[in-house]
Design a protein around this ligand. Structure first.
Ligand code: SF4
Length: 298
């Protein structure tokens, strides 16, 4: 198995996705093999990109402070799900852009190799990108924060928010609240892990329940939509008299061949709806019976 140093050297030349082109360098994880906690963030930010080190910006400072409070005795390894900075330029500033799923998937082999080399006791997924990379799609952060999930690595994953989300809170009070919840997530997850793997099953059950609920909701929505469409179709099928029907048909043929022109403006008719209206009014003008349009169902 490659060591962390070998992986770091190899990742420095990675071109598995487009992100390497504009970023300064690969920002690989930092910490020791065999660490108690492996913390996985989203992607390097502007400062990390320049320094070549993960979590050295304001979000990193916050993470280190909270870790020192809630898990002072635990050794850590810190990394990101995506190893290159994704950004857009606005003047001289480089604005962080969330990585896409293709970037997360392209970078997954590096994350998997890091987990294999570090063999942490517990992995902490910080935010949606890390959760997607570690647990796949379908696990929401907010409804699962503070919970442990089993993972493909055979190591439990604790779900929580990214510390950058705390910094984005609108005012001091919200920031204080968010910081407290973040610390509680870590405290609770670590305590659960220390007590054993019991909560993994709870986490899994929640996930399965959510998936089942979503599937049932999807099915019933699909059913309702089909029923609505059928009703709407029935309602919009007008019963013209035979003569009126052939008049509308004739107008529609003209419309299809691009020859239909408006009687008022003389302009070419480009809308199907307008063409039908012309057909109906012509049929009415000739005294044919045409029912008025049904009310559209909502
Ligand atoms: S983001 Fe990951 S996969 Fe993409 S180039 Fe960088 S290291 Fe390679």
């Amino acid at each position: 198995m490659p060591t962390l140093e070998t992986l770091r050297r190899e990742a420095a030349h990675c071109e598995r996705c487009e992100l390497y082109r504009r970023a300064t360098q690969t920002v690989f994880g930092e910490g020791t093999a065999g660490a108690d906690l492996m913390l996985v963030g989203e992607e390097p930010g502007d400062r990390e990109d320049l320094a070549g080190r993960p979590f050295v910006g304001p979000a990193g400072a916050l993470l280190h402070t909270v870790l020192a409070e809630v898990a002072p005795a635990r050794s850590t390894y810190i990394t990101n799900a995506v190893k290159h900075f994704n950004f857009i330029e606005r003047g001289k500033r480089r604005i962080h852009v969330k990585p896409k799923v293709i970037h997360i998937e392209a970078c997954e082999p590096w994350l998997d190799a890091e987990v294999a080399a570090v063999q942490p006791r517990l992995i902490v997924a910080l935010g949606a990108t890390a959760v997607r990379a570690l647990l796949g799609p379908g696990v929401g952060v907010l409804e699962n924060r503070g919970k442990l999930f089993p993972s493909r690595f055979g190591i439990p994953v604790l779900v929580t928010i990214h510390p950058a989300a705390i910094l984005r809170a609108i005012d001091t009070d919200s920031r204080r609240r968010e910081r407290k919840s973040f610390a509680n997530d870590l405290r609770r997850g670590i305590a659960l892990f220390d007590r054993g793997a019991m909560e993994e099953t709870v986490g899994m059950a929640t996930r399965k329940k959510t998936t089942r609920k979503k599937t049932a909701a999807k099915k019933s929505t699909a059913k309702r939509t089909t029923a609505k469409k059928t009703t709407a179709k029935k309602k919009t099928t007008r019963k013209y008299s035979k003569k009126a029907g052939s008049k509308v048909k004739k107008v529609m043929e003209e419309f299809s061949s691009g020859k239909l022109r408006s009687g008022r403006s003389g302009k070419k008719v480009t809308s199907r709806k307008q063409a039908i209206a012309i057909g109906i009014s012509e049929a009415r003008a000739e005294g044919d019976k045409v029912p008025s349009a049904p009310k559209r169902s909502r």
